[in-house]
Design a protein around this ligand. Structure first.
Ligand SMILES: Nc1ncnc2c1ncn2[C@@H]1O[C@H](COP(=O)(O)OP(=O)(O)OP(=O)(O)O)[C@@H](O)[C@H]1O
Ligand SMILES: [Mg+2]
Length: 295
């Protein structure tokens, strides 16, 4: 599969402060790639370096095989971008704003802008400063998609969108990917990433701690087991391959990655009133990666 984004030991220090260090990720054509991490992890730093808004202090990156620093203009012509914080021209109407940005990029298709506006249910004849934050975010999403980019890089694109619009957004993203477009998005909304992304990377304190296909990440991550005892919790309470026992609503909750037969065998030795076993969700996995706390 064709490689769209490739970073090689990409590093950015802000003075002595680590933004990101030795980031290696590969995004392939047609991927919906989720970039996850807590506040201050380095998501925006990575994205801004890819688009040459800031310069790396080490390593390199390519998009479409072009160098992100030396050939950034050629890259930007083919990339749609949703920044974490957009520079808004409050006095312009939505239309004017799109026209203005389209003029700069030279690949503006009013027809397409109109189509997305309809899809997201937003009128474009109002001034940017009069929109609610969710409405503004819709306009920003439209500007990223309207010029039919080969790659869309989005820094927390669903910020401020209500659940219904988030759903529309995910539908649109899936359709774009099905047409061979590539999507790279940072997010805090784990359920959304879990639903829509086929591949994810998790960044923490500027370091990539996981990069995997969504399916294999889930498969490898084991089961969540919730046990309720008839009496008090037996001591010692040890279940094969399980760690981190926490109490929640009368149930003892743990995650187990070992052989499920050993887990069942160990559980059978206790006076168990009820047990739930289910696969870890991305939420559970994410929490496991961050159990030690954010930065
Ligand atoms: N302009 C800057 N000057 C100094 N340090 C910065 C600057 N921008 C970011 N950093 C630092 O780099 C690290 C990564 O920040 P970054 O904005 O990339 O995180 P993020 O993952 O996008 O977080 P969030 O989820 O809050 O948007 C943080 O420690 C932050 O303090
Ligand atoms: Mg950010």
């Amino acid at each position: 599969m064709e490689t769209i984004i490739q970073t090689t030991n990409l590093t950015k220090f802000y003075g002595k402060n680590r933004g990101i260090s030795d980031v290696n990720i590969t995004v392939r054509k047609g991927d919906i790639f989720g970039f996850l991490g807590p506040n201050g992890a380095g998501k925006s730093t990575t994205i801004r370096t890819l688009l040459d808004f800031i310069r790396p202090t080490g390593g390199s990156a390519t998009i479409f095989g072009l160098d992100c620093q030396k050939e950034s203009l050629a890259i930007r012509r083919r990339v749609g971008y949703i920044p974490a914080e957009a520079n808004l021209y409050g006095h312009m109407t939505g239309w004017k704003y799109l026209e203005y940005l389209g003029g700069i990029r030279g690949r503006y298709d009013p027809e397409s802008a109109h189509k997305y506006a309809e899809r997201f249910g937003i009128r474009l004849d109002r001034r940017m400063r009069e929109y609610s934050s969710g409405m503004r975010q819709k306009v920003i999403i439209i500007q990223a998609l309207m010029s039919d980019p080969d790659l869309v890089i989005m820094d927390e694109p669903t910020k401020g969108l209500d659940p219904l619009v988030q759903q529309t957004f995910m539908d649109v993203i899936r359709e774009e990917a099905a047409r061979g477009k590539t999507i790279f998005m940072s997010s805090h909304v784990l359920s959304e990433v879990e639903k829509v992304c086929n591949r994810v990377a998790i960044i923490r304190n500027g370091l990539i701690v996981a990069e995997e296909d969504m399916e294999s990440l889930k498969r490898k991550s084991g089961k969540v087991i919730e046990v309720k005892f008839r009496g008090a919790k037996p001591e010692p309470f040890i279940v094969a391959g399980a760690g981190n026992v926490a109490k929640l609503d009368g149930y003892y909750k743990m995650t187990a990655t070992g052989d499920i037969r050993s887990v069942l065998r160990d559980l059978a030795a206790f006076d168990v009133e009820d047990v739930n076993i289910h696969p870890m969700t991305l939420d559970d996995i994410f929490m496991q990666y961050y159990a030690a706390g954010g930065k």
